[in-house]
Design a protein around this ligand. Sequence first.
Ligand SMILES: Cc1cc2nc3c(=O)[nH]c(=O)nc-3n(C[C@H](O)[C@H](O)[C@H](O)COP(=O)(O)OP(=O)(O)OC[C@H]3O[C@@H](n4cnc5c(N)ncnc54)[C@H](O)[C@@H]3O)c2cc1C
Length: 401
Amino acid sequence: MTTRNDMVLIAGGGPVGMSTALALALKGIPVTVLEAAATFADDPRASSIHPATLDLLEPLGLEEEIMALGHRVSTWQFWDRVEGPVVKLHLDELEGLTNHPFRIQLEQHVLCGLILKRLQALGAEVRFETRVTGVSQDDNRVQVEVETPTGSETLTGAYLVAADGGRSTIRKALDIPFEGYSLSELFVVVTTLHDFSRYGYEDACHFADPDEWATLFRVPNGKDRPFWRISMPVLPGIPREEAARFDVCADRLRILLDEGDSVEILHSNLYGVHQRVAARFREGRILLAGDAAHVNGPTGALGMNFGIQDAIFLADQLARVYETGADAALDRYDRQRRTLAEAILQTQPQRIKQRLETREPEERRRRNEALRQMGADPARRLEFLKEQCMLNSVQEALAIA
Ligand SMILES: Cc1cc2nc3c(=O)[nH]c(=O)nc-3n(C[C@H](O)[C@H](O)[C@H](O)COP(=O)(O)OP(=O)(O)OC[C@H]3O[C@@H](n4cnc5c(N)ncnc54)[C@H](O)[C@@H]3O)c2cc1C
């Protein structure tokens, strides 16, 4: 039953669409998720959930399963290729400022699976193989054209959340500009069972080098040996069609290993980096959230986190509309999230990347010294952690009227 005049339709069953659906369903608002694919895509993407996002997810009732299935990471380490380990930060210093003074590593498709079970238990519909192809709206309702294995349908609802990813069909159909830029560089992300902790790398680690910088994360793998996931830029001169080849990636990882060691790669993929924010997050009864509204580079692990934060803020504002009948709250959603996306997502990933790839030896030495000084100064250390763990950004969004 997908046609109901008070229904919120949600296009996209990624982490953002699914979180929005659950947050709304728990408030008693009828929701239906329309997902183009037959299942949740399980290619390696987001796996880091920051303290601020864990706080916002807590009321959704998934805490026990997230903690049981996720890997808890309490440290964050910065390495330099020449100098070795530079500084190690401890997230438990955030105790008292968050209910979760740690980061959880959990793959985004696993999180979506947990949310699906909760939604089904609440009687909400999640329709797979249902691709949104067109939208229209008037003052009272929104209509969505979908294609399914049995043909096309038109669905009606009160609002539509476009959480249909970076290439959003809905954003394009509404002709909303996606402002920003794309980098010409490519990045490769590899997954391996090789244990990087044996070299002293912590479970979340940034490794700085002008050409061969990398980010390393330990990711849970059910009951089996954990995965290590490493993202790194493709080296100049490596053709695109060779960059994700397992032997090329294994060779590329050698700088992280002891001499003579080698790595077996289980998975690799290439991705481009785009820094873009939609010019509007609201168009009448249609709201953009997650990658449909903003995309950013992977350094800092911000994309899914920021998107889930959109979901929770949007569900709060939609609930206000359902309570009061006045839809001005949706303009607040646009102000809160777009302002922050422009301020944070457009700058922080590039700042981190620049720190990782500093080339000038003297500047690099200064960068490492600054990191050490920050690590030795409790007030600066705490401020850095609050920013990187997104506690500041949630407070800043709440402060926007
Ligand atoms: C390698 C890599 C590592 C990353 N690591 C992190 C990290 O550690 N932390 C972090 O916060 N972020 C990370 N990100 C970013 C993160 O993956 C994205 O920000 C996140 O997936 C956005 O979620 P979403 O639900 O908005 O979009 P998506 O996950 O893209 O989901 C969109 C959904 O919409 C569906 N869809 C598309 N079109 C239609 C349509 N027309 N009709 C119906 N359904 C449709 C798609 O099938 C998909 O299921 C990473 C990204 C990459 C590439």
